[in-house]
Design a protein around this ligand. Structure first.
Ligand code: PRT
Ligand code: ZN
Length: 293
């Protein structure tokens, strides 16, 4: 029996569906048993642990789970309470994006971090907020709250709040506005720094390659177009993240070519417009299902 690797993901919440989808896209077949705290992966020696997101940094730091998927906000807040980092971020995952922001009541004047001096700021992220205040040389009282932080100004617990923001709708509904960014966050794949057995290390590398493959295909697109010979140089230049496109002569159209390429970066409408202006026609952009470099 090979050593089984343990991967912690959020049980239920904003990251859980995305985390499961990512693992499925990486080809992991998750067994659905009766146990809703753990599941086996059928085709890999990996066990999934379904836990509160707040517990994930501890599990990974202690090596109880070799890997975890968690918001950078939760991870960094935990790390600031540790004397040494016992884990490493191995991949940003592109979902769960949000910002840890300081917000002020709409009617309050705000004139830079100096306006925070001597005030009270409510947050669930006291260490990250304290770091921000220290970096700006501000002396303020950090009021720790475990939830409903946006109510603090109305309840007169604090003047400012420091909370996660994605759409900004919650702030708006509570008459608050963003004044500072403390941290830009997204979900990350984190790995323990505890040494692994050779068996686990091999599975770990394999898992990483698979996840990197999924992330690469999310950004990458296969692009095809036709172009006259004189436009080929400029087109090759415009294509984002392409080293050597495939260029094939078009049957029955002398001087005209088909250009095929894998773009390793996002292809925007602006890129298509530039290609067209350079002389390209019949431009097609297609998703890539699997890729291994
Ligand atoms: O039960 P468990 O402890 O596992 O879950 P949780 O309730 O602590 O976390 P959950 O599921 O709410 O969030 C998990 C992670 O999602 C967070 O740690 C962030 O990394 C990420 N994330 C992304 C967010 C948001 N966007 C977000 N908008 N987490 C929370 N919010 C909250 C925010 O706190 C505020 O109350 O949503 C509200 C603001 O949203 P907007 O859209 O109105 O700006
Ligand atoms: Zn939580």
């Amino acid at each position: 029996m090979p050593d089984r690797l343990h991967l912690a993901i959020q049980k239920s919440g904003r990251l859980s569906d995305y985390s499961r989808d990512l693992l499925r896209d990486a080809g992991l077949r998750i067994q659905h048993g009766k146990n809703n705290l753990a599941a086996r992966v059928e085709n890999f020696p990996i066990d999934l642990m379904f836990v509160r997101d707040d517990d994930i940094p501890t599990f990974v730091a202690d090596g109880v789970c070799e890997f975890g998927i968690v918001g950078l906000n939760v991870l960094e807040e935990f790390a600031l309470g540790q004397s040494e980092p016992r884990f490493e971020v191995v991949a940003p995952l592109g979902f769960g994006r949000c910002g840890l922001k300081i917000a002020a009541p709409d009617r309050l004047d705000y004139d830079g971090p100096g306006s925070l001096q001597g005030t009270r700021i409510a947050t669930s992220y006291p260490r990250l907020l304290q770091r921000f205040l220290d970096q700006h040389g501000i002396d303020a009282t950090v009021v720790k709250m475990n939830g409903a932080v946006e109510l603090a100004p109305r309840l007169q617990i604090a003047t400012f709040i420091c909370d996660l923001v994605s759409t900004g709708a919650t702030l708006e509904a509570n008459g608050l506005r963003v004044v500072e960014t403390v941290l830009d966050s997204e979900a990350v794949l984190v790995r323990t720094r505890k040494p692994m057995s050779p068996g686990k290390a091999e599975v770990s590398e394999n898992l990483l390659r698979r996840i990197e493959g999924v992330l690469a295909t999310q950004e990458s697109k296969y692009i095809m177009m036709n172009a006259p010979e004189e436009a080929l140089d400029e087109i090759t230049h415009i294509l984002p993240g392409v080293e050597a496109p495939t260029i094939l002569p078009l049957a029955g159209r002398p001087g005209h070519y088909a250009v095929h390429a894998v773009c390793q970066e996002s292809v925007f409408w602006e890129t298509l417009q530039k290609l067209k202006a350079a002389g390209a026609s019949a431009i097609l952009v297609m998703p890539i299902e699997k890729m291994m470099m």
